[in-house]
Design a protein around this ligand. Structure first.
Ligand code: ARG
Length: 286
């Protein structure tokens, strides 16, 4: 089981790295054609039209997400039907609407999203994904559409013991596989990391004392603390290069990214995202 998991992880990494290398080459070509501005403009336009045309021709855009991260995206039983909801999903719906196409959602482990994007199985990723420097080598990001801090969740009875980052040293810490929180935890002295595919499973590990703490984006950690009396949010706020979320598309999809950015811009200007964050927080805590 563990061997199989690590094999999948290694293979995923190989795919991502190989494709990242290809993306790099493509950029190199674009850079060399920059000497002739007309040629490079043509180049960008042709690529953008291709991907946008595919989406429009298919009449649908395929979203990749990891729906276990309320209020970003999560499963909710609505009128007896299991439904994926969240403020990221509202954003994705708006993007599809603005493009005049249907939205199809593919739900998967967070750690698989970028590999699936590279393979063309999904057209874009919205999953509370933080645009860090390493990921930006492999995919292109929109501007940050939502800022959040990090939060540390512990069992309620242990809350008084966790006040600063130093209190996490040597502790068993649960993080989502492939997340920025995993990188944060790797930097904590003596920490024993438990990386799992799903945040929901990490919460169970915390409750059953298999880990001492769990790191997630603050709204997510806060949500679990609000809905589970045996869990509590600590005063600790781990730092990372940033904790914002952005939309990811494949490298070179300038046209698609520009359309997505247009939607994000009007949603931000209309304060829609903040409104959805509160609405979806309420839905997740119902
Ligand atoms: N912001 C963190 C990252 O980019 C965690 C996001 C987790 N998202 C999710 N849908 N589970 O790695």
């Amino acid at each position: 089981m563990t061997v199989k998991k690590s094999l999948v992880l290694v293979l995923t990494l190989v795919v991502v790295l190989t494709l990242a290398a290809c993306g790099g080459n493509k950029n190199g070509n674009n850079a060399s054609s920059n000497e002739s501005p007309a040629a490079s403009a043509d180049n960008g336009a042709a690529e953008a039209t291709g991907k946008l045309a595919d989406i429009k021709k298919a009449g649908k855009i395929v979203l990749g997400t990891s729906a276990e991260y309320a209020p970003y995206e999560f499963h909710k039983n609505i009128d007896g039907k299991d439904t994926i909801v969240g403020f990221d999903i509202e954003i994705a719906k708006e993007i599809a609407k603005d493009l005049g196409v249907d939205l199809e959602i593919k739900d998967m482990d967070f750690g698989n999203l970028l590999a699936e994007l590279k393979l063309g199985k999904i057209d874009f990723v919205i999953a509370g994904m933080t645009p860090d420097a390493e990921r930006a080598k492999a995919v292109d990001f929109s501007k940050i559409y939502y800022e959040a801090k990090q939060g540390v969740l512990v069992r309620a009875e242990d809350n008084a013991k966790f006040n600063t980052m130093a209190d996490l040293e040597g502790k068993a810490i649960g993080v989502q596989m492939g997340s920025t929180q995993e990188k944060i935890a790797q930097g904590i002295k003596g920490a024993k990391l438990k990386s799992l595919g799903k945040t929901t499973d990490l919460v169970l590990e915390l409750k059953s004392k298999k880990v001492d703490a769990l790191i997630a984006e603050l709204p997510v950690a806060q949500g679990y603390a609000n809905t589970n009396s045996d869990l509590a949010l600590t005063a600790i706020s781990p730092e990372y290069e940033n904790s914002g979320s952005a939309v990811a598309v494949n490298k070179g999809e300038a046209g698609l990214l520009a359309e997505i950015q247009k939607t994000l811009d009007h949603l931000i200007a209309d304060k829609k995202i903040d409104q959805w964050v509160s609405e979806m927080t309420a839905v997740s805590e119902q």
